[in-house]
Write a protein that binds this ligand. Structure first.
Ligand SMILES: [Zn+2]
Ligand SMILES: [Zn+2]
Length: 199
């Protein structure tokens, strides 16, 4: 299987350890579960909103807009892939420091990518170290990188078209399931929260 790694980097905008983690997760998902396609639908549940999710979207075809990419805000490098046709599902959890502990100051790719060059006057050194880390992640055997679990998650319902109503304060249309009731009036969430803060 050849992965479009260059395309993934282009889609994401740069190459970083977080993206490399996502590339490896997508690689395992494509092998074990298959890609998202019209006749074999796949749902991805990601427990992080970091760089790696872009690789999962680009390589597996699971996207936020189609409703088959679900974000749980747990702050974990953990990725679940579910095949609707037979319910097969795997959860991949990044192992703690799978790349070894040789360079303690660079053991956390997540904070590294978030901070960018913050705290470094020498901009070149962290860039080189980061690209070494990217290569290490791309080269590691999958089971050294991830704890691969077979799971039986609840399969999320398919996205439906929902009715919209008009917010009685701002007048903007809002999906009915997101509207809130205040004093018998139907409001959008921002108007509801603004009203709550005035109470
Ligand atoms: Zn990134
Ligand atoms: Zn409103």
């Amino acid at each position: 299987m050849t992965l479009d790694i260059e395309g993934t980097k282009k889609f994401h905008g740069h190459s970083c350890p977080g993206l490399a983690i996502g590339i490896r997760a997508a690689e395992i998902a494509l092998r074990e579960i298959g890609p998202h396609s019209a006749d074999e639908e796949v749902v991805a549940i990601v427990e992080t909103d970091m760089c790696g999710v872009d690789a999962i979207q680009y390589l597996t075809g699971c996207t936020f807009g189609k409703g088959n990419l679900i974000h749980l805000d747990y702050g974990k490098n953990a990725f679940t892939f579910i095949r609707r046709s037979d319910g097969k599902a795997i959860r991949l959890v990044l192992r703690p420091q799978p790349w070894g502990e040789s360079r303690p100051e660079h053991n956390d790719p997540v904070s590294e990518t978030q901070n960018g060059t913050d705290g470094f006057e020498d901009a070149e050194r962290p860039r080189v170290v980061r690209q070494q880390r990217v290569q290490e992640i791309l080269d590691l055997p999958p089971d050294r990188l991830f704890d691969v679990q077979t799971v039986t998650p609840r399969i999320p319902a398919k996205a439906r078209v929902r009715e919209s109503i008009r917010c009685e304060v701002c007048g903007e249309m809002v999906m009915e399931t997101r509207a809130r009731l205040m004093g018998g009036r139907k409001l959008c969430i921002p108007c509801f929260e603004a009203g709550e803060n005035r109470l």
